[in-house]
Ligand binder design. Structure first.
Ligand SMILES: [Zn+2]
Length: 249
């Protein structure tokens, strides 16, 4: 069978797996955000350019210690190179929304901070690392939209109490909300089908949740091949958003 025929067969298999499922949960990895055009400071090329521009690596700046000690520089980087490109919600994510509306897809669990599934209309999303769209004053709790951060001059401050506003995302060095992780793990436990996309099965996202999965069908959609791929019942290599689009559902 040629490559195209082989791919089509796998797409059919995926479609059937989804039809059979009554409780599908999705782990959405960082490659999906990159594929949608979001900034990815983990990308080596981007990281090098950013270090040349600011004198610090993105990992040094996107860090809670850096935020606490050098907030002007943090927000300079954050506004110019983190939230300047928010990515686009394509057909692949809209497929996820339709699957949720049909009651197939129960939850998406992700570390994406650009709220891609929610922007596609999905309601049941665990955003483990928060969202750039939901910011707050750590003193009085007042909420601020992304536009407030984007439009502020210099460091954004609370209009009521003057405190520095916290971006609604987890910074490196911060502890991720354990309650959120437990709730997401409960969903994985209930799933009959687990769809992992945009990361490999040894990524930290998959590592955190795979051990809770007790269902039958582990599906992996990822661009790169990895030695752990064979653990999945169905693997399709390619861009996850394109694969979902090709499902035609
Ligand atoms: Zn305040």
């Amino acid at each position: 069978m040629n490559m195209e025929g082989y791919y089509k067969e796998k797409i059919n298999w995926l479609r059937k797996t989804i039809e059979r499922s009554n409780y599908m949960v999705c782990l959405m990895g960082v490659r999906v955000s990159s594929q949608c055009g979001c900034t990815n400071y983990r990308d080596e090329h981007d990281a090098y350019e950013i270090e040349a521009k600011y004198g610090y690596s993105p990992e040094e700046m996107f860090n809670v210690t850096f935020f606490n000690n050098r907030v002007e520089q943090f927000y300079d980087f954050y506004k110019r190179d983190m939230i300047n490109v928010l990515g686009e919600v394509g057909e692949g994510l809209k497929t996820m929304q339709r699957l949720e509306a049909r009651g197939k897809l129960k939850y998406i669990i992700t570390r994406d901070i650009f709220s891609l599934p929610k922007r596609a209309g999905c309601s049941n999303v665990y955003e483990l690392h928060g969202s750039v769209f939901s910011n707050f004053c750590p003193h009085c709790g007042k909420r601020y939209p992304l536009e407030y951060i984007q439009q502020s001059k210099g460091v954004p401050r609370c209009e009521d109490c003057g405190m520095v506003i916290r971006p609604g995302v987890s910074l490196i060095g911060e502890i991720v909300d354990n309650v959120l992780i437990s709730r997401a793990a409960e969903e994985v436990k209930k799933a009959d089908t687990l769809l992992v996309m945009g990361c490999n099965l040894k990524s930290s996202l998959a590592n955190t949740f795979l051990r809770h999965f007790e269902g039958n069908e582990l599906v992996l959609l990822n661009t790169e091949e990895h030695f752990a791929d064979s653990k999945a019942d169905l693997v399709i290599h390619g861009k996850p958003m394109d694969i979902l689009k090709d499902l035609g559902i």
